[in-house]
Write a protein that binds this ligand. Structure first.
Ligand SMILES: [Zn+2]
Ligand SMILES: [Zn+2]
Length: 277
């Protein structure tokens, strides 16, 4: 059992951070630069979590940010929960406007990513990705046995749900809160923040998509950000984007004082108006 738990955690971290740090923050948003070891370690972790080719994934995600919660958003829950959860992946009409080559001009220059795109129809049928993912798990079984195999299957299912939770739960306004006034439904949801390794602070992320960090306040723990910082510490990561205007939110005392002052002022004016009436 101990082996299962340890391996589950390791697989969850590798495949999960593969999606959050590799696919999402590094490739889709270019929120920082990384050396090849760091980049491929995480991107391969994401690919082996059955995320489809990285260029396709990034095109869809860039489209989500560009058109968030409008008709052109590939997976807004405004078109129904089933659609946001899985239906969008099979709906070609839904994202044909994204034009993957145009959305990801930077990524198509990478031969490895272009190779992973090979044979990908973009309709949810991802032959190469399916074959590689299947072969990887058979290899795990052959080399390490059933405990490691099942730990990987369990972790992979959990990790596969991270993007689904973000697409659905973090775009339901009643389920979370906003730190920033944005024009889409993206909200911060604490338990998606924990399970999603820092991705659940989705309102912060929509306000500053190019930022390397999504968690800002003391309770907004962002494991992916900690990993990026660790990479920077070792010199594997550079050009880490942390917008100064976003970081102002980290001074809650000052912000609270301003908010309180505004509230007092508002009530004071209301009181004056009332007394005049
Ligand atoms: Zn979103
Ligand atoms: Zn994003």
């Amino acid at each position: 059992m101990a082996t299962f738990i340890v391996m589950f955690v390791l697989f969850y971290l590798w495949h999960g951070l593969g999606i959050t740090v590799g696919y999402h923050r590094l490739l889709a948003h270019r929120a920082f630069r990384a050396n090849q070891f760091f980049e491929y370690f995480f991107v391969v972790g994401g690919y082996l979590a059955y995320q489809g080719p990285p260029i396709w994934w990034s095109a869809i995600h860039r489209g989500h940010h560009k058109y968030a919660d409008t008709d052109l958003d590939p997976h807004t829950p405004r078109k129904g929960l089933k659609h946001a959860l899985i239906g969008w992946a099979f709906d070609t009409k839904n994202y044909v406007h994204l034009g993957m080559g145009n959305m990801c001009k930077d990524l198509v220059k990478n031969r490895f990513y272009l190779m992973l795109e090979h044979g990908h129809s973009g309709v949810g049928g991802r032959p190469l990705c399916i074959i590689v993912n299947f072969a990887y798990r058979i290899l795990l079984l052959a080399l390490f046995g059933w405990t490691v195999f099942w730990a990987n299957i369990a972790a992979s299912i959990g990790v596969f749900m991270i993007p689904q939770l973000l697409n659905v739960v973090c775009h339901l306004p009643g389920w979370g809160y906003k730190n920033f006034a944005t024009d889409n439904d993206g909200v911060n949801v604490w338990w998606v923040g924990l399970l999603g390794l820092g991705e659940g602070w989705h309102n912060n992320h929509h306000a500053y998509p190019g930022s390397s960090r999504s968690g800002l306040r003391a309770h907004e723990f962002d494991l992916s950000w900690q990993v990026i910082k660790l990479g920077r510490h070792f010199g594997w990561v550079t050009d880490v984007n942390e917008p100064a205007s976003m970081l102002r939110l980290l001074r809650p005392r000052k912000a609270e004082t301003i908010a309180r002052a505004r509230r007092i002022h508002k009530y004071a004016s209301a009181g004056r108006k009332l007394s005049r009436a």
